[in-house]
Write a protein that binds this ligand. Structure first.
Ligand SMILES: [Cu+2]
Length: 152
C-alpha cells in the first residue's frame, strides 16, 4: 500500500518535470518570418531608390525590423510616409505575431542611397533585413520600372 503510493507520487513528479521542461522553450513560441514581393524602383535620380516588400509572421511572437543593408547602396534607411505625404525616418517597423508588415508605395518603405552604380531595370540587388529576434533575412530584390505596381 505505502509502496504503491510512493510509486504514484514519483510518477506524477516525473510527469510534471517533463511538462515544465518542454514549456520552457517550445519551438513555435517565436516569430516565424517570410519575406515576399520584394522590389526596388529604378531610381529617378542617380542617388535615391525606394524598396518595398512584405514580411509575414506566422509565429506566435512579434518581431521588429530594426534595419537593412544592401550590396548596391551605402545607406539604407527606413521611412514612413506622413499624412502630409512627407517622408520621415523611423528606427523600426513592427511585425505583429500572426500578421504582416507591408512596405508599399505611398506608405512605409526602405530608402536606398549611395549607389556605386545606378541600379537599372532587369538587375537584381541584395537586401539584408535585420530583426530584433529573428536571424537576418537576405532577399534577392529585382529592380523594377518607376511605374511598376505589384499585382497584390
Ligand atoms: Cu523615403
Amino acid at each position: 500500500m505505502t509502496r504503491t503510493f510512493a510509486a504514484a507520487l514519483l510518477f506524477s513528479a516525473t510527469t510534471l518535470a517533463g511538462c515544465s521542461s518542454s514549456a520552457a522553450a517550445p519551438a513555435y513560441d517565436t516569430p516565424v518570418l517570410k519575406v515576399t514581393g520584394a522590389y526596388i524602383r529604378q531610381p529617378v535620380t542617380d542617388d535615391m531608390a525606394a524598396g518595398y516588400f512584405t514580411v509575414t509572421n506566422t509565429g506566435r511572437q512579434p518581431d521588429t525590423l530594426t534595419g537593412a543593408t544592401s550590396d548596391a547602396a551605402t545607406s539604407v534607411t527606413m521611412h514612413r510616409t506622413t499624412a502630409q505625404n512627407q517622408m520621415e525616418p523611423v528606427k523600426a517597423f513592427s511585425v505583429p505575431a500572426g500578421g504582416r508588415l507591408v512596405l508599399r508605395t505611398g506608405g512605409d518603405h526602405l530608402m536606398l542611397m549611395g549607389f556605386g552604380k545606378k541600379p537599372t531595370v532587369g538587375e537584381t540587388i541584395t537586401l539584408r533585413l535585420r530583426f530584433a529576434s529573428s536571424d537576418s533575412i537576405t532577399v534577392r530584390t529585382p529592380v523594377e520600372p518607376t511605374t511598376y505596381q505589384p499585382s497584390n
